[in-house]
Design a protein around this ligand. Structure first.
Ligand code: HEM
Length: 501
């Protein structure tokens, strides 16, 4: 089962194989890196591994047994071959790149030579109309355009207020939790799920939300399972969970279209209203299936990633007391300011007034590299870094290697938020949210959640991490701390109490 699961984890990154060479040049690489059709360059360096199996076993071993997971596999080969190497995993050719120049070429994709495509089993779970699975440029553009309209400053401001209220009510009871010990990842997953449901469709509590939380977790688990549709398999259970989620969404959309659900200020309402207006062009309308698939996509894309990033941030701060002191000073000052206002809730402006905490967030995202690598399918033969790359191969940008490259970041293993004081950072050196045409849509929301969480944790509690294990969870879609980062909290007096004392 272990082997099967591991096969599937990597399958998530495996794209469909295509042949038919057509050598083309890739614009965007520096001088000496653009190559023409006459080029005689070679294939990237590689170790062949065992015939047919390639390096599948080594890859599986890294995912299953190394505390650094997939990154161990990449690092070993990087030391041997440099920033580009080729390998064969599960019968497919994969080339891994770890340079910012190549990240720029592949992620910008100016010449349309690359696309993102997941296995059909993933598409079955998130839905083939999901933005994550859209591989045709036109379909991707249409859906991304419509979803992008949702991420306005107005919606971000409303979201910050709602998220702050949620955090205050959740954190409130932490000191009574098992003698004041909470597992940050577990709590953060609950909080980010609630936040997504509220923002997307105003679902707040009750049976429907609890059911959906369980079902979304089933769908996520099934993404890493063997795609066998038998009643006892994880994949089958995931599909069943997806079906229930779709039914709930269908019900909500029907009520919204009939105007029977009162007045809601959420993403779903916006999508339904825009569809009713129709833009005068039927082709621009999103179908109900597109809306449902993408609501589910945003829950999945936003919940786990943000919860994981919050957890890593707490761990890094716990390990670096002098940085924690500095961020505490900044946040306490802000807390004193907000305590004198009529509205105690944090605003977008307050978040803009957290320069040091913002750097803590950025540095946490760099070091955590929650989405460690970005897979793309090569659509046409081309040359990158002087190597021939064939149509049908998989090219992977290893964001984590770039984030830990000493040529890109000085002393990369050190948690040092002040490194972002310098404004001359190299383009494509910070890839926590990807770059180019598939850049994360929710990046500002994710950063806002991290800042609000940080502010409330720091100003509500004195805390310390009680398990320093840095191992990552095995077979998880995103880089998650295996321990979940348990912390012990002790309540601080509020700024109002301090003033009146
Ligand atoms: C710390 C939290 C987050 C991290 C680290 C993260 C990271 C990423 C990355 C790296 C990608 C691009 C992957 C690629 O190019 O292959 C991506 C895409 C995406 N993210 Fe996020 N994300 C986070 C939070 C969110 C949130 C909160 C939402 C929504 C509310 C969201 C929605 C999306 C969507 C819809 C895409 C697909 C974009 C496309 O393909 O055009 N993400 N995310």
């Amino acid at each position: 089962m272990l082997v099967v699961s591991t096969l599937i984890i990597f399958s998530c990154q495996i794209l469909i194989f295509k042949t038919q060479p057509e050598w083309v040049s890739i614009p965007g690489l520096g001088p000496g890196r653009i190559h023409n059709q006459e080029s005689t360059t070679d294939v990237p360096p590689s170790s062949r591994g065992i015939p047919l199996i390639g390096e599948t076993i080594q890859f599986m071993a890294a995912i299953n047994y190394s505390s650094k997971g997939f990154y161990d596999f990449v690092q070993t080969r990087r030391l041997r071959y440099g920033n580009c190497f080729k390998t064969n995993i599960f019968g497919e050719t994969h080339v891994f790149f770890s340079s910012i120049e190549t990240a720029k070429v592949i992620l910008r994709n100016d010449a349309g030579k690359f696309t993102k495509r997941y296995l059909s089993s993933i598409a079955q779970l998130v839905g083939d109309q999901s933005l994550l699975c859209a591989s045709s440029p036109d379909h991707h553009k249409l859906i991304r355009g419509r979803l992008n309209n949702l991420f306005t400053t107005k919606s971000l401001s409303l979201f910050i207020k709602q998220f702050d209220e949620l955090i205050i009510s959740t954190l409130g009871g932490w000191e009574h939790h098992r003698g004041g010990t909470v597992v940050v990842l577990k709590e953060a997953l609950k909080i980010t799920f609630k936040a997504m449901c509220k923002m997307l469709m105003s679902l707040e509590s009750g049976e429907e939300v609890e059911m959906m939380e369980k079902d979304v977790a089933e769908v996520c688990k099934a993404m890493l399972a063997f795609p066998l549709k038998l009643p006892w398999t994880r994949f089958y259970k995931g599909l069943q969970a997806r079906k229930r989620i779709m039914e709930t969404l269908e019900k909500i959309i029907t009520l919204r279209r009939r105007g029977l659900e009162g007045c809601n200020e959420d993403f779903l309402q916006y999508l339904v209203q825009e569809d009713n207006r129709g833009f005068g062009d039927e082709t621009l309308k999103l179908t109900d299936t597109e809306i449902k698939d993408n609501i589910l996509t945003m829950i999945i894309a936003g919940q786990d990633t943000t919860a994981s990033a919050i957890t890593w941030m707490v761990k890094y701060l716990g390990e670096n007391p002098e940085i924690l002191d500095a961020v505490e000073r900044e946040q306490q000052k802000l807390a004193e300011k907000t305590s004198t206002r009529t509205s105690f809730n944090l605003t977008l402006q307050d978040l803009n007034d957290m320069p040091y905490a913002s750097k803590v967030v950025k540095e946490s995202l760099r070091m955590a590299s929650v989405v460690a690598w970005f897979p793309r399918l090569v659509l046409q033969d081309c040359e990158i870094e002087g190597y021939k790359i064939k149509k049908g191969w998989n090219v992977n940008i290893v964001a984590k290697s770039i984030h830990f490259d000493p040529m890109v970041y000085n002393d990369p293993n050190k948690f040092n938020p002040s490194r972002f004081d310098e404004h001359d950072s190299k383009p494509y050196s910070f890839l926590a949210f990807g770059m180019g045409e598939r850049t994360c849509l929710g990046l500002n929301m994710a950063k806002a959640m991290m800042l609000v969480f940080l502010h409330r944790l720091i100003t509500t509690y004195k805390w310390k991490v009680v398990d320093s294990d840095s191992s990552i969870e095995k077979r998880a879609m995103f880089s998650r701390l295996k321990s979940g980062c348990p912390i012990h909290v002790t309540r601080l007096p509020s700024p109002k109490d301090v003033k009146s004392a």
